[in-house]
Design a protein around this ligand. Structure first.
Ligand SMILES: *[C@@H]1O[C@H](CO)[C@@H](O)[C@H](O)[C@H]1NC(C)=O
Ligand SMILES: *[C@@H]1O[C@H](CO)[C@@H](O)[C@H](O)[C@H]1NC(C)=O
Ligand SMILES: *[C@@H]1O[C@H](CO)[C@@H](O)[C@H](O)[C@H]1NC(C)=O
Ligand SMILES: *[C@@H]1O[C@H](CO)[C@@H](O)[C@H](O)[C@H]1NC(C)=O
Ligand SMILES: *[C@@H]1O[C@H](CO)[C@@H](O)[C@H](O)[C@H]1NC(C)=O
Ligand SMILES: *[C@@H]1O[C@H](CO)[C@@H](O)[C@H](O)[C@H]1NC(C)=O
Ligand SMILES: *[C@@H]1O[C@H](CO)[C@@H](O)[C@H](O)[C@H]1NC(C)=O
Ligand SMILES: *[C@@H]1O[C@H](CO)[C@@H](O)[C@H](O)[C@H]1NC(C)=O
Length: 895
């Protein structure tokens, strides 16, 4: 295996990184791409709250600095127990979803730390017990959903509300509460506006004093017939909306008392059994929903007394015609017969519904729309006829529905759109004609749709209609189906669609669709292109050249994606690229393309086994990478990617901890990120090891050398300097200014001035250069020493122990001895003030050599014969430069 610099680097990186969990490598969670404050850990088979959620709930995002998380989604997992302190650092979080888990009890420790939580969803767990202080930390809680749990005792509810004075919304639907008694509430819940208690077997419902002064909506159902309804006068006076679900055994008396206690109610949702007598006390109703009542027909005047009704829905029943009782309800604005068995619409069905603005006839069995049906619906804005068996006629909209903005006719077997079908729908903005079968769309079918912004349809390959009136169209979704693979058709829209921002083309598995440059030319302002096609290798590589403003490209489900990087080249602004399920085997395509702005890259369900993480250097803006569903190879080829996925701080590798290995067979089914990359570094690494060791060795040696041989190195350096300087001098042939340069240590100054100077300058008359007396100020010290030595015939060193300890002095000796040996001039006179054994000279190896091979003058030995000593000095100073003189003179030792 090669030892390239990356792996060496990664190795060092691995060794140096402390093992803490960065946000991006957080297991089983991801950050919402569109909202960075949301952390999503839902649908992940988690059994506990993931540890390592970012401390203090902020994380460093490369792009936005510190981001505060405020939403945590832990829904749809298998969490049965929340460990103490699991949320303790998450005080910034305001919303948590824990729905669809396995929680059974909420203890005093469960929610510690969530001091800013305002919304908590615990729907569909198995909670049967709430401890006294469990909700203690949640002082700010406003919204609590405890629906579909197993609460029996009202005391659990008291434990909640006594800590949460700000609560606005409390959902207790589908529990097993047997009683609800306001007397037990320690304080009124001033802000409670919605209370849901449906499907609880309440034996007793008691509200006395004004405990819920703001309660607006109350949901109740499944009350047993013997339920003790005990609500004192006006204690539910603010309730406007009452949703009641009648059980099979109706206690009319009880329901009457219910209606009486909520006298100002405006909306009632009555589910299941409808009893007209009951409704007679509610003539003020504005909204009535009769859902799932198995109603097959309504009597002629069953709703006549409801003169205020604005919204009526009779959904999921068994009506086969529109009941006549609604014909005169001119106050209705909303009417729904969703999910009935209506087969035919008649001309008088909606005769007087002149205020109606929304009509929902979804999921019936209607086959024809006669134009007379809508004749009086002058204010209709929204018409829904989804999932019927309608086929339009040319005159279906013969009457001008001049306010209709939205027509949803998807899921019908439409078949054929003739010229002028929609010509009266001038205000139409959204038109959904998606169908399981393709429809022939004649040219001119869309005539008149001048305001259309969104069109969804399933045209036949050969008749897609003409788009000449679509100057305003912003979104176009085409489903193309049923075309034999071997015939190829080019579709061209020709018409200019300057407003078109989003185009989705979904091509059936059995079909091929060929794009042409022409087609996209008419859409030059396209921002979003989603394209699902079985055969995609037959397009030109410069296909996108005319849509440079594209931001999001989804290019999926392609059998054989074999485009080069040129395909993406024109898309300079694109920031989302989705290449899901294209059988892509290598990421090389990302290399050459200039995808500098891509932030989100989805490569799900491809054939990527090995990822070379270096590819992502070509995507400098990348934040979000999804590689789920690829057949990863868990071998060393992915080692670099694995450590990158865990450690990089810019790119969130979504669900990385769930990626599994497909090869080699020994690793199959294991998690990719569990693969031990350390082994790879060991393999990779013999060379790496060697080079690293060599590096370490050199470093060690250098520091060793530096520590122990420092002075030798320094001397070497100055010797070199001396050599250079000397050659210069020799060339110049400077005359000597002094007879001798006297080198001594300050501590020996007394001797120099007291003994040496008077004798040599005074008596013998030599010109001496003294360190302190004669150096020119302003010259660098080494230069001024060198100068001094070279301007003197001789160098007289006054040697003492201190002198040897001073580096400057030693350097002077070095310089002079250099002259002695290399210039063959004996310039050095050594005058020993103290007895110094040759051992003590050892560090000054060159001088030691000198002393060993030459004799020298010794002051200690000369004390008694001073005259002779000075005479020897005079002779030493006197002699010339000739090398031949050296021997004699220096051997003139004094004893
Ligand atoms: C993440 O999920 C895996 C299974 O998908 C599980 O084994 C692991 O314990 C989870 N990690 C945490 C921190 O819950
Ligand atoms: C909690 O909310 C308050 C008020 O909104 C805010 O000032 C404080 O910073 C929040 N605490 C944290 C930890 O975010
Ligand atoms: C009730 O709501 C109001 C306004 O929304 C707020 O000012 C007040 O603090 C809330 N009451 C409690 C007890 O939180
Ligand atoms: C409606 O109430 C009346 C009077 O109490 C009763 O006779 C009738 O059977 C009820 N109808 C239904 C459908 O329960
Ligand atoms: C509707 O009103 C007309 C008169 O305006 C009346 O003749 C007819 O009986 C009413 N139909 C219903 C079902 O109330
Ligand atoms: C890539 O795009 C940037 C700006 O988006 C541009 O400056 C650069 O020249 C482009 N590089 C190539 C190779 O096209
Ligand atoms: C890892 O596996 C892939 C795919 O099976 C293979 O191409 C590659 O050579 C393997 N690398 C090593 C180091 O074994
Ligand atoms: C020359 O050497 C002497 C003695 O060390 C020193 O005082 C003087 O400052 C030096 N001159 C320069 C220029 O360093």
């Amino acid at each position: 295996m090669r030892c390239h610099s990356t792996s060496l680097f990664s190795l060092l990186f691995l060794l140096l990184q402390p093992h803490f969990s960065q946000f991006y490598s957080l297991q089983n969670c991801s950050i919402n791409f569109d909202d960075h404050s949301q952390i999503v850990c839902g649908h992940n088979k988690l059994t506990s709250v993931p540890s390592g959620l970012p401390k203090t709930a902020t994380y460093l995002s490369v792009f936005k600095g510190f981001t505060r998380l405020d939403f945590l989604h832990l829904g749809s997992n298998y969490i049965s127990h929340i460990e103490e302190g699991a949320f303790s650092d998450l005080s910034a979080i305001t919303q948590i979803i824990l729905a669809f888990n396995e929680l059974t009890i909420l203890t005093d420790n469960t929610f510690i730390g969530l001091s800013n939580l305002t919304s908590l969803c615990l729907h569909s767990n198995k909670i049967y017990s709430v401890s006294k202080c469990a909700f203690g930390p949640l002082k700010e809680l406003q919204i609590l959903d405890l629906g579909s749990n197993r609460l029996v005792q009202i005391s659990n509810i008291i434990n909640i509300v006594s800590h949460c004075p700000a609560i606005r919304f409390l959902d207790l639907n589908f529990n097993q509460l047997t009683s609800f008694e306001s007397d037990l509430f320690p304080t009124p819940l001033l802000n409670l506006t919605e209370l849901y208690l449906r499907s609880n077997p309440l034996k007793r419902f008691q509200v006395h004093c004004d405990v819920f002064p703001s309660l607006n909506e109350l949901q109740l159902s499944g009350l047993p017939p013997d339920c003790d309804w005990d609500v004192s006068h006006r204690s539910l006076k603010s309730v406007r909306s009452l949703i009641l679900e009648f059980g099979n055994q109706v206690n009319l008396q009880m329901y009457k008392s219910i209606f009486q206690s909520v006298d100002s109610v405006e909306n009632v949702l009555l589910i299941q059994i409808l009893n007209e007598t009951l409704l007679q006390s509610c003539t003020d109703l504005t909204e009535l929903h009769l859902k799932s009542n198995s109603v097959t027909e309504l009597s002629e005047c069953s709703l006549c007394m409801m003169t205020q009704l604005a919204r009526l829905s009779i959904e999921s029943n068994e009506l086969s015609t529109i009941p006549t009782t609604i014909r005169n309800m001119s106050t209705l604005t909303y009417l729904s017969f969703d999910k009935n068995h209506i087969t035919d619409l008649h001309c008088f069905d909606f005769l007087h519904l002149t205020s109606l603005s929304e009509l929902n006839l979804n999921s019936n069995r209607i086959s024809k729309l006669n134009s007379c049906v809508f004749k009086n619906l002058h204010n209709l804005k929204i018409l829904k006829v989804q999932n019927n068996v309608i086929s339009f006629q040319s005159d279906s909209f013969g009457f001008a529905l001049t306010h209709l903005t939205k027509l949803d006719a998807s899921g019908n077997s439409l078949g054929w759109f003739q010229k002028g079908t929609f010509k009266n729908l001038q205000s139409l903005v959204e038109l959904d004609l998606k169908s399981d079968r393709d429809s022939v769309v004649e040219d001119g079918a869309f005539e008149g749709l001048r305001n259309l912004k969104c069109l969804i349809y399933t045209p036949s390959y050969f008749y897609i209609g003409d788009f000449s009136s679509f100057g305003q169209l912003e979104k176009l979704v085409m489903f193309l189906i049923y075309k034999p693979l071997n015939t190829r058709t080019n579709i061209d829209f020709f018409s200019d669609m300057p407003s078109l921002h989003e185009l989705n083309v979904i091509v059936d598995k059995s079909s091929c669709f060929i794009w042409t440059l022409n087609l996209l030319k008419s859409m030059r302002n396209l921002r979003v292109l989603s394209f699902e096609n079985y055969c995609c290798n037959i397009f030109e590589d410069n296909l996108f050249i005319s849509i440079p403003k594209l931001l999001r490209l989804q290019y999926i489900n392609c059998e054989d994606f074999s485009h080069g990087p040129e395909l993406f080249e024109p898309l300079k602004d694109q920031n989302v690229l989705d290449l899901t399920n294209n059988n892509i085997q290598s990421l090389d395509i990302l290399h050459g393309a200039n995808l500098t702005k891509v932030e989100k890259l989805i490569l799900q369900n491809n054939k990527l086994a090995v990822i070379n993480e270096a590819v992502f250097e070509a995507l400098p803006s990348l934040k979000y990478l999804d590689l789920s569903g690829n057949p990863f190879a868990c071998n060393c080829s992915n080692a670099g990617f694995i450590s990158w996925a865990i450690r990089n701080k810019q790119v969130q590798v979504v669900n990385a901890y769930q990626y599994r290995c497909s090869s080699p067979p020994t690793e199959e089914g294991h998690f990719l990120l569990d693969f031990n990359v350390q082994l790879c570094w060991e393999f990779t690494g013999f060379l790496c090891f060697i080079s690293t060791s060599a590096l370490v060795l050199v470093t060690l040696l250098s520091s060793f050398t530096y520590h122990f041989l420092r002075w030798q190195l320094v001397y070497g350096f100055y010797l070199l300097l001396a050599f250079l300087y000397d050659s210069k001098k020799r060339r110049q042939g400077c005359p000597d200014i002094y007879d001798a340069f006297v080198s001594y240590n300050v501590h020996d100054e007394d001797w120099v001035y007291g003994e040496l100077l008077p004798e040599l300058e005074g008596v013998q008359g030599w010109r001496l250069c003294l360190h302190h007396r004669d150096f020119q100020p302003g010259k660098p010290i080494i230069e001024n020493i060198t100068d001094a030595i070279y301007s003197s015939r001789k160098t007289l060193c006054v040697i003492s122990r201190r002198y040897l300890q001073s580096e400057w002095c030693s350097r002077e000796i070095q310089m002079a001895s250099y002259r002695l040996f290399d210039e063959q001039k004996d310039v050095l006179i050594l005058l020993f003030l103290e007895e110094i054994s040759s051992n003590q000279l050892s560090p000054f190896y060159r001088m030691r050599k000198l002393v060993k091979s030459r004799t020298y003058l010794s002051w200690t030995q000369a004390q008694s014969h001073k005259g002779l000593f000075w005479e020897n000095v005079r002779r030493a100073l006197e002699c010339g430069n000739e090398p031949t003189d050296n021997h004699n003179l220096l051997t003139a030792n004094v004893y």
